[in-house]
Write a protein that binds this ligand. Structure first.
Ligand code: NDP
Length: 284
């Protein structure tokens, strides 16, 4: 077989710096999208120890990488090695995607953007009243990006008060949306004004707990219900919601669309999300 060199013996380079990179599936989605769209790019998962993060970033800069994702544990540490931040990365305080713009390394956050795109496959984020279960990293990205996309109100429902209140304050101070913190210490009934319910806790993930402590009968048919969990694709939370006749979607859209947004940043190309989705389903 002859290797397709795409008019050059040099590929543009992208990838991910993280620990635990052996289990990061973005590589198969990105490589499939590059091939299908004839993009002369490569994506490489790199295992980067925290003490070598600066060297890794400088290495990417020296080799003129087009950009790279950052995953656990580098999402906040990486900021001090970059030249600037995009709007949502500034508000969220975390970077998961670095983009080489004319030699400057700019930090973006595509986690929440990916979620908003998945949400907007069903309906507009604008004017939504959202119940967000959880206040960790995924919740922070989702809350900020849904607020920037026009959500009206977000109930932040979280077990620990410090994280929940901090995210609530962030939304109230840095976006036009209103946020209200609910301490999750008893069964939570979804307020009737809610139009969407999103699980961003790790409950439901293979091996982590079972079912969120909410009154499932307070979920009504008109609410859109979403889960961030990637594996398993169908969680008990989504199954309970579906029994109430609601439309639901799982965490695959978020992971697919964050890759689509990252690839657009690096290559300028809008790649077909279905190519990425098929790869994700095939490898999980
Ligand atoms: P974090 O550790 O930052 O946050 C975990 C959240 O879950 C916290 O709000 C925590 O509450 C809550 N939580 C955990 N266990 C319980 C429990 N037993 N009862 C109540 N609340 C609980 O994790 P992330 O935000 O990074 O990730 C959360 C999930 O999102 C993971 O499953 C991850 O795989 C998934 N994810 C999916 C993405 C996608 O693209 N689909 C992207 C990123 C993450 P407390 O503050 O009280 O501890």
């Amino acid at each position: 077989m002859t290797m397709d060199i795409g008019g050059s013996f040099r590929h543009e380079l992208t990838g991910c710096f993280s620990q635990g990179s052996d289990s990061n599936p973005t590589v198969v989605m990105a490589e499939a999208a590059y091939q299908a769209h004839g993009l002369h790019f490569r994506y490489i998962n790199c295992e980067v120890e925290p003490e070598f993060l600066e060297a890794a970033v400088e290495g990417a800069r020296a080799m003129n990488w087009k950009g790279f994702n950052c995953s656990i544990p580098h999402k906040t540490e990486v900021i001090k090695f970059l030249d600037g931040l995009g709007e949502s990365a500034t508000v969220i305080g975390a970077v998961n995607c670095v983009v080489n713009r004319g030699g400057k390394l700019i930090g973006e956050n595509t986690d929440g953007k990916g979620f908003v795109k998945a949400f907007e496959e069903v309906k507009s984020a604008s004017g939504q009243v959202i119940v967000l279960l959880g206040a960790g990293g995924a919740a922070r990205a989702i809350a900020v990006e849904m607020a920037l996309a026009g959500a009206k109100k977000i109930y932040i429902v979280n077990r620990s008060a410090d994280r929940g209140q901090a995210l609530t304050d962030l939304i109230n101070e840095k976006t036009k949306a209103t946020a209200e913190f609910v301490k999750w210490d008893k069964t939570f009934a979804i307020p009737t004004e809610a139009t969407a319910v999103i699980n961003s806790t790790s409950i439901g993930m293979a091996g982590v707990g079972a079912l969120q402590d909410i009154d499932y009968d307070s979920i009504t048919e008109s609410m859109l219900v979403a889960d961030v969990i990637i594996n398993p694709p169908s969680t008990p939370f989504l199954e309970e919601a579906a029994k109430r006749g609601t439309k639901t979607f799982n965490g695959h859209g978020m992971v697919v669309y964050q890759a689509v947004v990252g690839i657009k940043y690096w290559t300028g190309e809008d790649v077909d999300p279905e190519i990425l989705r098929a790869q994700l389903v095939a490898v999980l």
